[in-house]
Write a protein that binds this ligand. Structure first.
Ligand SMILES: NC(=O)c1ccc[n+]([C@@H]2O[C@H](COP(=O)([O-])OP(=O)(O)OC[C@H]3O[C@@H](n4cnc5c(N)ncnc54)[C@H](OP(=O)(O)O)[C@@H]3O)[C@@H](O)[C@H]2O)c1
Length: 269
């Protein structure tokens, strides 16, 4: 039997997001796609949602393998690839913290390695995805990875040394935006609005602001200044945010995430 074109190992949130993006973009024939997923319920869900895609128990020979499991099971998957002596042309790893060098050093057979950091808006094809070329990867491998991942969002090529910070900005970033939405909702409730109204106002404001940024192409600073008239309500809020050093608080949060990304990689060195 010929090699699978593409296998995604880990059919969880990101694995499924990538799979549906690839299918929607018609990048690979569904019959040539497979997902490796050990969880019985998740397997059933995958078969229901993607009836033409094979759901496998273990890894197999393939042209491209996307590693989309949690970093703590990375070594199990690599051991599986080694024990089955799989022939894999290239691996695209989306695992937080794990370096290309670590993967290359653990793999028995020579395989081109690309590392990537997507984020959850990839589920709606609005992802931000960073990619970097690792050992053995050629510019052709990189071009292929960029084409594939472009199906679920905007792709940028970066240096691997930037990956921990990128993980902290765009990888974890959607959570900060949701946190802001939660904080706005809570503020509305504390100031007397009912829960549903406060939540609707906060969510629609975040959604609308994101789309406004995308559609106008204007910088966030300019869009903010456009609604900040001198002596007005927005200015009062921004001045309070500045007095409370919210910029520094954000810096600390992003730094904590970047440090954690580095630690995750260091554990496996
Ligand atoms: N979610 C994000 O925002 C995000 C962003 C960027 C990068 N990432 C990276 O993407 C990777 C996956 O994250 P996720 O959020 O998609 O996690 P997830 O939803 O937990 O998905 C991981 C999947 O892999 C399965 N799995 C576990 N062990 C396996 C094995 N040995 N072989 C094959 N599959 C196995 C899990 O099954 P079980 O449930 O049975 O364990 C689960 O379905 C992580 O490395 C993460 O760092 C995530």
């Amino acid at each position: 039997m010929s090699k699978h074109k593409l296998i995604i190992v880990g059919g969880g949130r990101m694995g499924t997001a990538l799979l549906s993006g690839f299918i929607e973009a018609n990048l690979v024939d569904q019959e040539q796609l497979a997902v490796v997923e050990p969880d019985h319920i998740q397997k059933l869900k995958l078969s229901e949602s993607f009836p033409s895609v094979k759901v496998l128990d273990v890894v197999d020979d393939c042209e491209t393998l996307i590693l989309s499991v949690k970093p703590n099971v990375a070594t199990d998957v690599i051991d599986q690839i080694n024990s089955f002596n799989c022939s894999i042309d290239r691996i695209i790893s989306i695992m937080a913290g794990i370096t290309c060098e670590y993967l290359a050093s653990r793999l028995k057979n020579k395989t081109a390695i690309i590392r990537s950091m997507p984020n959850t808006p990839s589920m709606v094809n609005k992802g931000m995805i960073a990619v970097t070329k690792g050992p053995g990867a050629t510019s052709k491998d990189l071009t292929y990875a960029i084409k594939l991942l472009s199906a679920v969002g905007k792709v940028v090529e970066v240096d691997q040394s930037q990956m921990d910070v990128i993980t902290a900005i765009s990888g974890s970033g959607p959570a900060y935006v949701f946190y802001l939405t939660e904080a706005l909702t809570k503020a509305g409730i504390r100031l007397g609005l009912d829960d549903e109204l406060a939540s609707t106002l906060a969510k629609q404001t975040v959604i609308g602001s994101g789309i406004l940024m995308e559609k106008t192409g204007e910088e966030p600073l300019d869009l903010r200044l456009a609604v900040t008239s001198k002596g007005g309500t927005t200015q009062a809020a921004i001045e309070q945010l500045d007095r409370d050093n919210v910029n520094d608080l954000f810096f600390n949060a992003v730094q904590a995430a970047a440090n954690r990304s580095k630690e995750l990689g260091d554990i496996l060195k």
